[in-house]
Write a protein that binds this ligand. Sequence first.
Ligand code: SF4
Length: 300
Amino acid sequence: DTVLALRDPLGIKPLCIGEIDSGFMVASESVAIDTLNGKLIRDVKPGELIVIRNGEMKSYQLARSTRPAHCIFEYIYFARPDSIMDGRLIYDVRVNIGSNLAREHPACADTVTPIPDSGITLAVGYHQRSGISYRECLMKNRYIGRTFIMPDQNMRETAVRLKMNTIRPNIEGHKLILVDDSIVRGTTSRRIVNMVRKAGAKEVHVRIGSPPILAPCYLGIDMASRDELIAAHKTVAGVEAVIEADSLGYVSHEGLVDAVGIPKENLCMGCLTGLYPVQIPGEKCLAEQTRLSEYLDSDS
Ligand code: SF4
């Protein structure tokens, strides 16, 4: 007869409370509350326990940390664009990231296009800032399931081609700016760059809404091992060569933090900096708030 909802002490993962009819609900993202016709009340605080019983809600602060460490990738990719997190609409944050990306990495091109779906909102921001026309050039097949369950490599590659198709007339003869959220291994990016070249693109400039992913996530995201992460072993020029793009630009740490609008000391950026907010054997820990600031200052 009781619901207990506890957010982790650093607020790495999101959690929010809503009201519905005469009761309450908790969800990782506010879209779950919206979908059920409820109303978002607020985020659960890091280390806060919510107890819901007999139509009443009580709050207990079980743990206090000196600073939160919200996962920055929720803003870049994980959360849905229609979610509200820490008072920010994820859609707006992603438009800001795309806008900062355009400011930091302009390109001489005639079309801005997203890699669907995660690149869409970032590409809108890039388009708004640069004034370069936005046009969809890749279409996702909604009826194809996950590719990794295919038994061999050949079938997996066929499944990837079935998953995404080019809109040839939008590509032929164009200089494209291809926008995506991140590059993990580089294999998907290279395949897509080649796909649009085959469809007649004159130039392909890849722009990424996160800084290079240098290290794994140990905090709940099954990302990839360090060996598999292309940016852990190659410079930006090296990644550009592997994915066969005419140019490659990642948003900077400062550009990203500015777009999110949360002080950098209150974010986890472990996979982007190699400094984690908790002790992880063999990795560097962000023991003092200032260390991330120092890292980001040296980044510029
Ligand atoms: S390491 Fe990266 S993905 Fe993992 S919680 Fe931190 S920011 Fe998020």
